[in-house]
Design a protein. Structure first.
Length: 983
């Protein structure tokens, strides 16, 4: 029996009342159902008056549970009809055939509701689960960290297994997470990987997840064969010390474990695997060298944890002594389980009065028969005392698989599509309201932060079980049915469903949906959930997809992310899915066009991608009828949802693009004659982009392909949030906006723009991380200064296509790891200065520019790259400053060197043999060198005595800059006075 499975009804009724008093009133009068709706409203309000008592009473009386089940179906059916009316009202389709609606309305109300009498039943906060705040488990924490960092007993195995055992909710994952995130552990291991295993132990799936976690982006694998996966994983782990956490393990199959461990044996000595499990029998199967059984918390520790979640500021009872006694009695009912203590504490944090706490203590839920031991009474209580608007949001999450990781934005958009968000204050956007809902559930421990990404969240297994229990048949996960039910038929009562996307989808998989005529949600989730964004795409034919969604006329949410499909079913466009509010087609790589008559989706609120193409004439004007339920003929509802817009192969496109304030990605392809006209966005012939580009205030990615007539961008610059700009084959491009460097660009790519001659003001954005310039043959860039670009990590592999570059200075780029490997292609480069680049340790092994004359290295480079210096045959001037750890130099191969300046290298003790060509030697701040080389009679005075000009202790920063710049090549006379102040 579902426990308060229909408690979401109280929130549902609020939505119905809003709709019954909305702008539908005028329309319902015209179709002669207004009186019937009035009767409905009165009946529903009577039912709602006793709903709260009924929800609690159902725990004891089965007849009430049956009544609530029927009422749930009724509420959904009522809302479906109201949505139909809203759609008709929006389109002004005043059809005569709506007359029979009255009888349809009456037939929906079951007798159990009409005969029911109320007298018959008298009835900013963030998750506080940081491990540092937990006072318990100190012994176990110290022991596990110690076993990760030290080798107390000799062993032939490079990899040791540590097991953490305990009942559900006792804190196994929390303890493993503490060890995984310990600073000492982080620095000790070369690689760290976390994998959620759960009930089904799939060696191929776990191996693939580990491989995807440790492999670089360029080496991601879509291999399906276990042998191939293990060979690749073996290569990645070989010689590296790694930590692998396998969370929630159930399998006792030794053969599977031996197979999984096979590629790990090449790891470095000291590698570790942590296994968390509820089953003691798993320990010998995984060959654990040490095991840590977790007992429940002591009363004191449990009380401390409870207080941390109940009292936001003090984190203890100091300011609330009147609650301590009742708090201690509540905590005893948690039976030492941390999850129960956190959930109850989070629930009571807003009710700091003794009566509320006494009510919780005296709840009948504590005494319910333990028909389902997996659900703790404390968790049931936490759910039961949720506000009604949060109950439906929480229960909805039961459609996701266990261990599924989601982000806040993803979940909020789904809630919005289902109509779960209530906009009481018109000043707040729906997304803000949804985010507030999420953080309230987070604070009550219904969600917890992912171990992989701080921006992602997950539900504890016990919380997920609770969600499935309270949702009952309304929410349906296909994979759960396939595993646990031979028939795996979906209930006719189901409204929300989810399935795991497979590589190839077949018709038989979806037979369970044959009766799902009332389904509102259909979501495809990834094949794998690794700790990065890499997921495998699935293939689904148009016929399979068409047959799947054909009976689902009430669909509100449809998510088909990462599917390889050529087209969307025509059902989406011809009006069969007129209630659709949320359409997610992110990363549908082969999709080239939108379905015909897309404008029929008048209720659409969330759209992640829209493609405009010439093949069927589907234009941006197809969006014009997408509006909210209030019937405003605009696409204002899309302003909060459109994420990606593509305009493909439209040489004669003439259409309107309205202001899309939430657009994050914009791609224009092959629009050589395109004209996009709109009040806020105007692209006249794509010769220049108008100032309307600034209206896309959330645009983060702009990609333009094969637009040969595009010459310039607006002087107003790019959108303020732009992070990625990529321009390909825009042969006519002549300039970038003057203030482009002020936007937070991280990636800048320009390929094949032969008429582009310069960067405005010679500047690059300080946020830049990746810069790629290719085949810009007329780019007359002679001097390039990259200054204080903290985000710059590398140059593109193809190098800098700047054939005329003569002067390059890179300064203050502390995260730069390497120079471009194509430095030798910069044949015009004469001067290179590298200053304060803390992460740069060496030059490319391919060498530097072949005609380089001046090289300056200033501060923090670990050592002068001796081997690479052999390639600097053309170098005439070398300046080294601030290399505190530099001990020696070997410059004899610099056969053209004429001037050498070394400053502030206090540990330098040897210059080695110097080139015979050397004419000037400047030494400052190098005490050992000054003593051994520069003093007559010094140990190595004979090595430098032949040099015509030797200067000791002179600070020449400006002189060096001029020399590197080539300004004083022909200088015949220079006089300095008071050179102590020369800076």
């Amino acid at each position: 029996m579902a426990f308060v499975g229909e408690a979401i009804l109280s929130s549902f009724f609020d939505t119905l009342f809003d709709k019954l008093s909305s702008v539908l009133i005028d329309y319902t009068r015209q179709v002669q159902v207004h009186d019937e709706l009035n009767k409905w409203e009165k009946t529903l309000k009577k039912i709602n008056a006793v709903l709260e008592d009924a929800e609690e009473k159902q725990m004891e009386e089965k007849v009430v549970k049956i009544w609530l089940d029927d009422l749930s179906d009724l509420a959904y059916d009522v809302e479906d009809i109201l949505d139909d009316l809203a759609t008709q009202a929006l389109g002004r389709q005043l059809m005569v055939e709506t007359q029979p609606s009255t009888s349809k309305f009456r037939s929906l109300i079951p007798s159990c509701c009409t005969s029911f009498t109320p007298s018959a039943i008298k009835f900013n906060v963030e998750m506080r689960t940081k491990i540092e705040n937990i006072t318990a488990r100190e012994t176990e924490k110290a022991a596990i960290v110690d076993s990760l960092l030290h080798y107390h007993e000799p062993s032939d195995d490079a990899v040791r297994v540590i097991a953490i055992i305990g009942m559900a909710g006792v804190g196994k994952t929390t303890l493993a997470q503490f060890a995984y995130n310990h600073d000492g552990v982080k620095s000790h291991f070369d690689l760290r990987v976390w994998v959620c295993v759960s009930d089904e132990f799939d060696v191929v799936g776990v191996t693939r997840t580990i491989l995807q976690s440790v492999a670089s982006t360029s080496r991601k694998s879509d291999a399906k064969d276990l042998n191939q996966l293990q060979v690749q994983l073996n290569d990645e782990l070989s010689g590296k010390k790694f930590l692998l956490v396998l969370d929630d393990v159930w399998s006792q199959d030794c053969n599977k474990w031996n197979l999984l461990y096979k590629p790990m044996r090449t790891g470095a000595q000291g590698s570790r695997v942590i296994v968390t499990t509820r089953d003691q029998r798993v320990v010998p199967a995984v060959r654990a060298s040490s095991a840590y059984p977790l007992e429940v918390l002591s009363n004191d520790d449990c009380l401390s944890l409870f207080a941390q979640h109940a009292f936001i500021h003090t984190r203890n009872f100091d300011n609330h002594p009147h609650l301590r006694a009742v708090g201690e009695r509540i905590v005893k009912k948690c039976r030492g389980l941390p999850l129960a203590a956190k959930a109850l504490g989070g629930m009571l944090r807003t009710q700091l009065n003794r009566d509320a706490w006494e009510e919780i203590l005296g709840s009948k839920i504590w005494e319910l028969p333990k028909e389902n031991n997996s659900i703790l009474p404390a968790l049931k209580l936490s759910y039961h005392h949720l506000p009604s608007h949060l109950k439906c949001c929480f229960a909805y999450c039961s459609i996701f698989p266990k261990d599924y990781e989601f982000n806040v934005d993803e979940l909020v958009l789904l809630w919005m599509g289902e109509g779960f968000l209530h906009q009481v204050n018109r000043k707040k956007q729906m997304e803000e309201i949804g985010t507030a809902y999420f953080h309230e559930l987070l604070a009550r421990s219904f969600f917890q932060q992912s171990n992989h990404h701080s921006s992602q969240f997950v539900m504890h297994d016990l919380i997920h079980d609770l969600a499935q229990l309270v949702a009952g048949d309304v929410c349906f996960n296909l994979e759960d049915k396939l595993e646990n039910d031979d028939q795996h038929a979906i209930s006719a009562r189901a409204r929300h469903s989810c399935f795991t996307r497979q590589e190839f989808e077949v018709v038989g998989k979806f037979e369970a949906f044959d009766k799902a005529k009332n389904l509102r949600t259909l979501i495809a989730v990834p094949i794998t959930m690794p700790q990065d964004s890499f997921t495998l795409s699935g293939k689904i034919s148009n016929q399979v997809l068409h047959n799947l969604i054909m009976p689902m006329r009430y669909l509100r949410v449809l998510s088909l992310t990462d599917y390889i499909m050529g087209e969307l079913p025509c059902l989406i466009g011809i009006g069969k899915l007129k209630n659709l509010r949320h359409l997610d087609i992110t990363r549908t790589s082969r999709l080239r066009e939108m379905p015909f008559q897309f404008s029929n989706l008048t209720n659409l609120q969330v759209l992640t991608r829209f493609i405009v193409s010439k093949s069927r004439g589907v234009g941006i004007d197809e969006l014009k009828n997408c509006s909210n339920l209030q019937g405003v003929l605009s696409i204002s509802s899309l302003q909060e949802s459109l994420v990606e817009l593509e305009v493909l192969e439209c040489p004669g496109l003439m259409c309107g693009l309205p202001k899309l304030a939430s657009l994050r990605e914009l791609t224009l392809k092959e629009c050589d004659e395109a004209v996009l006209g709109g009040a806020q966005f105007d692209l006249p012939s794509l010769v220049t982009l108008s100032n309307g580009l600034q209206t896309l205030t959330r645009l983060e990615e702009l990609e333009i392909w094969s637009c040969p007539k595009l010459e310039s961008f607006p002087d107003s610059g790019f959108p303020p949030m732009l992070r990625r700009l990529e321009l390909f084959y825009c042969e006519g491009l002549k300039s970038l906006p003057h203030n482009y460097s002020s936007c937070p660009l991280e990636v800048l790519t320009i390929e094949c723009s032969p008429f582009l001659k310069c960067f405005p003001n010679g500047e690059l954005p300080f946020t830049l991380k990746k810069l790629s310039i290719t085949r810009c043959t007329n780019l007359d860039l002679r001097k390039l200064v990259i200054n204080d670009c903290g985000g710059l990590e590398c140059f593109p592999e193809r190098g800098l296509s700047i054939p005329n570059l003569e002067y390059l200075k890179i300064e203050g780029c502390e995260n730069l790891k390497s120079l471009t490997h194509q430095m030798r292609n910069l044949k015009s480069l004469r001067s290179l200065t590298i200053s304060e680049c803390l992460g740069l340790e060496s030059f490319p092994k391919e060498g530097l520019a072949p005609n380089l004359a001046s090289l300056g290295i200033n501060n923090y480079m670990v050592s002068f790259p001796v081997k690479e210096s052999r390639l600097l045959f053309s170098l005439t001037r070398l300046y080294i400053d601030g290399m505190e750890s530099l001990a020696s130099l070997a410059l004899c191969n610099l056969i053209s060197l004429r001037s050498l300046d070394i400053s502030n290298c206090p540990n330098l003790w040897s210059l080695g043999p110097l080139p015979a060509t050397l004419e000037e030697l400047f030494i400052s701040g190098c005490p050992t060198i000054e003593e051994r080389y520069l003093k007559e009679g010094g140990e190595y005075w004979s090595n430098v005595a032949h040099i015509p000009c030797i200067y000791e202790g002179i600070q020449r920063y400006d002189i060096v800059d001029w020399m590197l710049d080539g300004i004083i090549d022909d200088l015949t006379f220079l006089d300095f006075n008071d050179s102590n102040f020369l800076i």
